[in-house]
Write a protein that binds this ligand. Structure first.
Ligand code: ZN
Length: 431
């Protein structure tokens, strides 16, 4: 509390002097190395705190905060003085990975400058704030308007997280200003994207099943399904806040749907299953990581207690089995502290040996930015999707992680290069 008051004073006195460490674009002189080994946990559903997506009204200040929309999350707002508000976000349940989500909009009745402190239950601050005036187009908040309280000392991981962040927002009459941890991509936005995809490219839409809250788990296939035609599986957003991974997935898919010769040939020879939003409940209710069963879906692939994993696996399993289709490649898009590829150790002959290595070396050649950040799993754990698809279906598999702060143009370039490298390697190796 004291630290907050002190920094606010400092902020008011010295303006931009405090802003030096706030640049979200990290330089690449230090490489993110994941230290955490994944642990198996029981994935039977747990009780979660359901969020009330509602309005917080401050009549005297003439301000209201709202998280009453798909993807919205604040668990409380308190007013400290005329212009300082504290927003609290709590997770759906604990323990949980430190990916504290927040998303809300603010409306003021009269022009006003306010300071919003972003705080969390049992977590520090992680996601650099994004701002929007319509909830659709977003940018990162100008670094002169964000101040970190007790900044972290490290570059990545929990050691890099400040205690909280204070965002200065200038509101005009009845302006709506949205603030969020990442761009808000709800199940509706994902549906809109799916519906915008070119229908002349042999896309078939489907529903793998329903989430706990009854939301559709949508998928689509690219290329006609035929007997003996090999398959490729693409999934994304098992973890709701991991929107940068979703953007890379979009680019990857758009290349597969493109007009280039390779893409056309690919659609003739292979069928692709795409599940762009594995966790619609989590995305729409602003969960930090889990589904409505309070479970990390990427720990449930072996036990399959959760409807999302169970139904998606059933869809792919039955479709590929009944068509005698081998799954050649599986890719699961996520976000973490920095761009990184998690691969499996080679412990047996896959359906297309060497594909993953070929893709990564092709990407390295194409991007010309030195070595890619690659981490090979030691145990190929089957409870994680990429281990599951390798162990059960002999698919070459990867978790494609995009940095939380990776800029959109880099995400799109890498996503495109990844898809092109995949196509090139696939055609080199698949005879
Ligand atoms: Zn993830």
């Amino acid at each position: 509390m004291l630290a907050f008051k002190k920094t606010i004073q400092l902020f008011l006195i010295s303006g931009s002097l405090l802003l030096l460490s706030n640049d979200p674009a990290f330089s690449q002189d230090e490489i993110f190395r994941s230290k955490d080994s994944v642990k198996e946990v029981v994935t039977i559903s747990q009780t979660i705190d359901t969020i009330q997506q509602r309005i917080y009204q401050f009549n005297q200040a003439g301000i209201k905060f709202s998280c009453d929309f798909l993807g919205g999350r604040i668990n409380n707002v308190t007013q400290k003085n005329d212009s300082v508000f504290t927003v609290l976000s709590s997770a759906e349940n604990y323990p949980i990975n430190p990916s504290p989500w927040y998303a809300f909009f603010i409306i003021a009745q009269q022009p006003k400058k306010i300071f919003i402190e972003l705080t969390y239950t049992n977590s520090k601050h992680r996601y650099y704030p994004k701002i929007s005036t319509d909830g659709k187009s977003w940018k990162t908040v100008d670094s002169t308007l964000v101040q970190f309280i007790q900044p972290g000392k490290e570059k990545f991981g929990t050691g890099s997280m400040p205690q909280s962040a204070v965002v200065t927002v200038n509101l005009n009459n009845n302006d709506t200003v949205w603030l969020a941890a990442q761009e808000i991509i709800s199940s509706k936005d994902v549906s809109d994207w799916i519906n915008r995809l070119p229908i002349n490219k042999k896309i078939t839409h489907g529903i793998a099943g329903h989430s706990t809250y009854g939301k559709d788990i949508k998928y689509f296939t690219i290329g006609k399904i035929k007997k003996d035609k090999p398959s490729v599986v693409i999934i994304s957003r098992q973890h709701p806040p991991e929107v940068t991974g979703y953007f890379a997935m979009q680019k990857f898919v758009e290349v597969l749907l493109g007009g280039e010769k390779f893409s056309r040939k690919y659609r003739k020879k292979f069928v692709t299953y795409v599940v762009p939003l594995m966790n619609p409940d989590g995305a729409d209710y602003g969960h930090w990581r889990h589904n409505a069963g309070g479970i990390d879906l990427n720990r449930d692939w072996l036990q399959q207690h959760q409807p999302e994993v169970k139904q998606v696996n059933h869809l792919i399993d039955s479709a590929t089995r009944s068509n005698h289709s081998k799954i050649l490649f599986f890719i699961d898009f996520h976000s973490t502290w920095d761009d990184i590829f998690y691969t499996n150790s080679v412990t047996k002959k896959s359906n297309l040996p060497g594909l993953m290595d070929a893709i990564l070396s092709e990407m390295e050649k194409e991007l010309q930015q030195g070595k890619l950040n690659i981490k090979q799993s030691e145990k190929n754990e089957s409870f994680v999707s990429k281990g599951y698809f390798y162990n059960n279906y002999n698919a070459e598999s990867v978790t494609y992680e995009v940095g939380d702060n990776t800029s959109k143009d880099i995400i799109e370039r890498k996503g495109k290069v990844a898809a092109q490298s995949f196509l090139k390697s696939l055609f080199n190796l698949y005879k």
